[in-house]
Design a protein around this ligand. Structure first.
Ligand code: DOR
Ligand code: ZN
Length: 345
């Protein structure tokens, strides 16, 4: 008999949909698997206000295939000029679920990000008061800090002092990639959670660089040494309620990745659940997958658990070499590989 795993409908607590044709091509992949998703605001220009977030939400909703029940949860992109009143109002009326801190220059479309957290201290104080979560891209951007150290340095220089100053602030330390991040989250209070991507559970930096450069394995924060991957696997599958599913699926067209200056981002949306469940199976933790995928996130955000269930079956499938990305094709994570699980339709 085929092995199966049934779980409460899961959510993706961090992903990129983009806009226009690309968005219309990628939204169905996420909506097929997840009930809700925290949508990143790093469009060009960025989604900096409640009004822009509401308009973007409506464009996403229009791209959800008929008959699928999927809710985008919107975030506002913080800048040095963010208006606290607008963010608070957006959170109060349900347009915004969280706000996103991109240190300026850290990653794709982050040029308008925050140049110094001191510049948004008023915003962060208000967010702490009302319980509005802060999603954090945790990397410093100084040119003198090695790219493989940027997350660990961010913890020491920015995140730890911030939480000490605002101990009530709810913080999602996003797409963590290091043992130091796991240790920090484990040692913090219940208001500090973290998302973990499938790629950081599967690959280490050798996968990007050994035998030739693999642009489709490049994302930010960049994958680190094997010891870090192992720490992340332990965190995701070890039963702590502080860790939850966030794919950071980040579509870029193939020619933008396979280029002189290739974009950061791994498009994992098409087989996100199958990618994660493979890790849980390898770690002997299938019984912990539901909490990671469907419970820890909503509990952290203070949102209801989803109704309904999905089923994964142990049936092999081959991941295609490319998928439709609107104006051009996109190479998905696990392209050409055989995954041993499949989401039942
Ligand atoms: O690899 C990444 N891609 N990391 C990010 O933080 C942003 C994302 C994107 O938007 O492409
Ligand atoms: Zn992201």
């Amino acid at each position: 008999m085929t092995q199966t795993l049934t779980l409460r409908r899961p959510d993706d607590w961090h992903l990129h949909f983009r806009d226009g044709d690309t968005m219309r091509a990628v939204v169905p992949h996420t909506a097929r698997q997840f009930a809700r998703a925290i949508v990143m605001p790093n469009l060009s220009p960025p989604v900096t206000t409640s009004a822009l977030a509401a308009a973007y939400r409506d464009r996403i909703t229009a791209a959800v295939p008929e008959g699928i029940d999927f809710t985008p949860l919107m975030t506002a992109y913080l800048t040095d000029q963010s208006d606290p009143d607008d963010l608070v109002a957006g959170f109060a009326d349900g347009v915004l679920t969280a706000a996103k801190l991109y240190p300026a220059g850290a990653t794709t479309n982050s040029a308008h990000g925050v140049t110094d957290v001191a510049n948004i201290s008023g915003v962060l104080e208000r967010m702490a008061q009302i319980g509005m979560p802060l999603c954090v891209h945790g990397e410093v951007t100084h040119s003198d800090i090695d790219i493989f150290d940027r997350e660990a340095v961010f913890i020491d220089r920015i995140l730890a002092p911030l939480i000490e100053r605002l101990p009530e602030l709810k913080v999602v330390f996003e797409h963590i990639t290091t043992r130091q991040a796991v240790e920090f989250v484990d040692a913090s209070g219940a208001n500090i959670g973290a998302t973990i991507t499938p790629q950081h559970l599967h690959i280490n930096r050798n996968d990007i660089l050994v035998g030739g450069i693999r642009p489709h394995m490049y994302c930010l924060p960049v994958a680190k040494r094997e010891e870090h991957r192992l720490a992340l696997r332990e965190a995701a599958t070890g039963g702590s309620t502080k860790y939850f599913l966030g794919t950071d699926s980040a579509p870029h067209h193939r020619h933008d990745k396979e280029s002189d200056c290739g974009c950061a981002g791994i498009f994992n949306a098409p087989h996100a659940l199958e990618s994660y469940i493979t890790v849980f199976e390898e770690e002997g933790a299938l019984d912990r997958f539901e909490a990671f995928a469907s419970e820890n996130g909503p509990k952290f955000y203070g949102l209801p658990l989803n109704e309904g269930e999905i089923m994964l079956e142990k049936v092999a499938q081959q991941v295609p070499a490319t998928v439709n990305g609107g104006a051009a094709e996109i190479v998905p994570f696990h392209a050409g590989e055989t995954l041993s699980w499949q989401l039942a339709s």
